[in-house]
Design a protein around this ligand. Structure first.
Ligand SMILES: [Mn+2]
Length: 233
């Protein structure tokens, strides 16, 4: 079976509960994580370490990983306040920006990791892919964190810049592909359609799976084989 989840945002406890709920099996199942594993919650690295230990979990980049990665790299060697004070102005600016967007908890948790695990999570973040295209049963799914900005049917997926995939949500009122389903996270479904608060949203060949876990709403997960929905409150 093939599962998709997104926007876990450091909530290790609910991530674990979800894996229990879907009974993720190493031999039988695969799980695609559509980005924004990091920030807001305290368990960002517990989730990453768990994901990296599972050969059947495939990570896709979100903008939070893109924001965090260069800054975590700078911190990996020396994580003291002194080292941060030595950042140049541009780095300091992105560091503050990240902090406001849930990065504070992530820096705190990074400090608590032992140096080997710091290196390990940085290496693992390099493995996150920009998108995936997969066949499940007789359907094809495009999996991406936010959307396909500057969409055109004539563009190949590999021609999108990473920035076109992680920031802008698609127009959910518009059909993008006649033969593929576009699966996105990033935007809590309540912001797409009020009636979908805390639920997975489907319309016009789109599936939006960020149910708003970072805002206290449920964490959702979808099984693509039969479109069965799973929730952890
Ligand atoms: Mn996002």
């Amino acid at each position: 079976m093939t599962y998709v989840i997104s926007d876990i945002h450091g909530d290790f406890e609910r991530y674990q509960k979800m894996l229990d709920l879907i009974k993720l099996d190493e031999d039988r199942d695969v799980l695609f994580v559509l980005g924004d594993v990091l920030d807001y919650g305290e368990g960002s690295f517990q989730i990453l370490l768990d994901m990296s230990s599972r050969p059947n979990v495939y990570p896709i980049l979100g903008e939070h990983e893109c924001m965090a990665m260069p800054l975590l790299k700078k911190l990996a060697g020396d994580i003291s306040e002194k080292a941060i004070a030595k950042f140049d102005a541009a780095t300091m600016q992105s560091f503050m920006e990240w902090g406001k967007n849930g990065g504070q908890e992530t820096v705190r948790a990074f400090r608590e990791l032992d140096p080997d695990d710091r290196e390990w999570v940085l290496e693992y973040l390099e493995e996150f892919t920009p998108y995936e295209e997969i066949d499940v049963g007789d359907k094809t799914f495009v999996l991406v964190h936010a959307g396909l900005d500057n969409f055109s049917l004539s563009r190949d997926l590999e021609d999108y810049d990473i920035d076109e995939l992680i920031h802008e949500s698609p127009d959910y009122s518009r059909i993008y592909f006649s033969d593929k389903i576009l699966v996105t996270g990033h935007k809590p479904t309540v912001e797409i359609h009020k009636g979908s608060k805390g639920k997975i949203f489907q319309l016009n060949g789109h599936v939006a799976i960020d149910c708003g876990a970072a805002y206290g709403l449920p964490l959702g997960c979808l099984r693509l084989d039969d479109m069965k929905e799973f929730y952890v409150d």
